[in-house]
Write a protein that binds this ligand. Structure first.
Ligand code: ATP
Length: 141
């Protein structure tokens, strides 16, 4: 299934970089963060940027998050918020839910909730860089 519309909860380094890239590639991106400063920084980059708590069901409903093809939870440090947002996106019927995990256990919980893809940015980047270092001709791994 081709994904066209993305909702990102959490506009930290990971969420904002992902959102910026998806926007530049021409996709519709909604960003949600409870930090107004982060939202202001991204408002000219993303299709929509909303200052709100991504763990509040009513907020996610009113934004119409269920109409997005893909929901990405880019909250790491606050594991409780990450888990709550993941359950809400699944229950609201978002077709594909992706979440960043900060530890193996955090990732296991997200998988149990039914998150479709769990990402470990630091771990995955370490693996990628290792392969690039030993195979310089490999442009992308
Ligand atoms: P990164 O490495 O991506 O910068 P981080 O680990 O430094 O992330 P996190 O604590 O994971 O920072 O938070 C990422 C973003 O998620 C922050 O901008 C934070 O304001 C936002 N965030 C955290 N909890 C919520 C929430 N409940 N609702 C909306 N946004 C949230």
């Amino acid at each position: 299934m081709k994904l066209n519309q993305f909702a990102i909860i959490g506009l930290g380094r990971f969420g904002s970089s992902l959102g910026r890239e998806l926007s530049q590639l021409g996709y519709e991106v909604l960003g949600i963060d409870h930090d107004e400063e982060k939202v202001n920084e991204m408002s000219s980059v993303l299709t929509h940027a909303v200052a709100a708590d991504g763990t509040e069901e009513e907020v996610l409903r009113s934004i119409g998050v269920r109409n997005f093809d893909c929901g990405i939870i880019a909250i790491g440090d606050d594991i409780q918020a990450s888990i709550l947002a993941a359950i809400l996106l699944k229950d609201l019927g978002v077709k594909k839910v992706v979440a960043k995990a900060v530890s193996e256990l955090h990732g296991r919980v997200l998988e149990k909730i039914g998150v479709d893809r769990v990402i470990y940015p630091e771990r995955d980047m370490g693996i990628r860089v290792a392969h690039q270092l030993v195979s310089p001709n490999l442009l992308d791994y």
